[in-house]
Every structure is written in structure tokens, then in C-alpha cells.
Design a protein around this ligand. Structure first.
Ligand code: G3P
Ligand code: MG
Length: 247
């Protein structure tokens, strides 16, 4: 039985800032998350062409902004002109794509913890892992609760580990690879971030016994969230801020 690493994080985490209640990955979403009492937010970070870290889930801009093409092909100066709120609701018209720096300032001021998901544009995994880790280490320097880095990309996690070994890391996966122990150990991860359908109570016990924390995504049914928390899951990421009380 391994000792579990420190876990200074709340048990409930707002997905993409405010789940489904505001335009994802914006500062407006962070504010909505805070208004529901959430003390931790998960969000997706990638790079502009000139390597400014920004929040955006998809590689391309179409779904969540009025831009076209991949964010990685445009300099940050061009991305600042885009509207990342109107697609969601007219009330959010003019909401910009935030920089990682702006989100760091906001979350630190609000005493909110952050789960920075490194979401590289395909082909830029190592570059993104290095740049995001470097910028997170800089913007959150001296934070009482360190941001938790996570990624589906093993390459990005490896690059982050090299760049900022002291930042905690979690590996996101939809299904559990049979080599999960080796992967988590090799990448120096503190946690695995599993799709909720991939978890059983028994598996949770095995992962904890191996010395890793468990974050589960994305759980929107309050009864399911309650069950997982009762099992002893370390954190649950949710869109249902209006249904799941973070206290
Ligand atoms: O961090 C967990 C979750 O956000 C992963 O999926 O696609 O919502 O970024 P996705
Ligand atoms: Mg994510």
C-alpha cells in the first residue's frame, strides 16, 4: 500500500469554468463557476501561433468563437478580436478568448484552484506541454495551492514534467490502459483522471493502493456524483453546477 500524495483540491470541480451554464473556457464562465460556490475550475489550454497560452477546447475556432481555422495558425493579436461568447448566448456577446495569464490572475484573486488541461493542437504536443508548464509555473508562482496540470497526451505530460517537474500532473484517459501503473509512475503523476464509466469501486481501491489520486469526469447526475464521492473519489469534474452543490 503506497502513501497517497497530497491533494489540496476541492472534491467538486467546474468543467471548462462553468460547465454548461456559460460559454466554456472564458472568464465569464469562471465568474459563473464562482457564483455557484465552486472553488476549483478545469479548463483547456493551448497555444496561439506566437505561443501565447489561451483557453480553447477544440483545435479550430468554429464551434466556440466567430473565428475560422485553427487557433495555432493565428497570432494572439488576431485571436483577441474574436467573440467567444455570442455562440452561447447574446448576453455573452463580446466575451474574449482569455489568456492563461488572465485566468491565473482571476482564479488566484478568487482563491480558486485550477486544473489546467493541456490540450495541444495535434502535432504540437511537446511544444504545448513545455510552453504551458513554463507559463503555469510563472503565473502561479508562490500560489498556496499549485495548479494541477493534466492531459490526454503522454507526450505533453512528459514535456511538462521536464519543464516544471514540481507542478503536480494527472493523466486523463477515457479507458484504463493495462499499463496504467507504469504510465503514471513514469510520468510522475499524482493522479489519474478517468471517464466516470471506466471506474468501479474496486478499481478505485486498486488505484489508491498504488499511490495515485483519482479525478472523475464528467459527472452531471447528482446521484452518480454522490455515489462516486461516497466511494472515496478524490475529485469530480461536473457541468451541472446548478444541480450539484460544491459544499
Ligand atoms: O479534464 C477532463 C475533461 O475535461 C476531459 O475532456 O474533452 O472535456 O476536455 P474534455
Ligand atoms: Mg478539459
Amino acid at each position: 500500500m503506497q502513501t497517497l500524495p497530497p491533494w489540496p483540491y476541492p472534491r467538486l470541480v467546474a468543467h471548462r469554468g462553468a460547465g454548461s451554464l456559460a460559454p466554456e473556457n472564458t472568464l465569464a464562465a469562471m465568474r459563473v463557476g464562482a457564483s455557484f460556490g465552486y472553488k476549483m475550475v478545469e479548463f483547456d489550454a493551448k497555444l496561439s501561433q506566437d505561443q501565447v497560452a489561451i483557453l480553447l477546447h477544440d483545435a479550430d475556432l468554429e464551434r466556440t468563437t466567430n473565428g475560422r481555422g485553427n487557433a495555432a495558425d493565428q497570432p494572439y493579436a488576431a485571436l483577441t478580436k474574436l467573440d467567444a461568447g455570442f455562440w452561447f448566448d447574446v448576453a455573452f456577446r463580446g466575451e474574449p478568448i482569455p489568456t492563461l495569464e488572465a485566468v491565473a490572475q482571476y482564479t488566484l484573486a478568487q482563491n480558486m484552484a485550477s486544473n489546467v488541461e493541456i490540450k495541444p493542437t495535434p502535432g504540437l504536443e511537446a511544444l504545448t506541454g513545455t510552453a504551458i508548464a513554463r507559463q503555469v509555473a510563472h503565473y502561479w508562482q508562490g500560489a498556496s495551492v499549485p495548479p494541477l496540470l493534466s492531459s490526454f497526451s503522454l507526450t505533453a505530460l512528459e514535456a511538462a514534467q521536464k519543464e516544471a517537474p514540481n507542478l503536480p500532473r494527472g493523466w486523463i484517459t477515457k479507458e484504463l490502459d493495462k499499463n496504467w501503473r507504469e504510465i503514471l509512475t513514469r510520468l510522475g503523476c499524482v493522479s489519474i483522471h478517468l471517464h466516470h464509466r471506466a471506474l468501479t469501486k474496486r478499481l478505485l481501491g486498486e488505484i489508491h493502493s498504488a499511490g495515485f489520486r483519482v479525478t472523475i469526469w464528467t459527472v452531471n447526475d447528482p446521484a452518480r456524483a454522490a455515489t462516486l464521492l461516497k466511494w472515496g473519489v478524490d475529485s469530480v469534474i461536473t457541468d451541472a453546477l446548478d444541480l450539484i452543490d460544491p459544499k
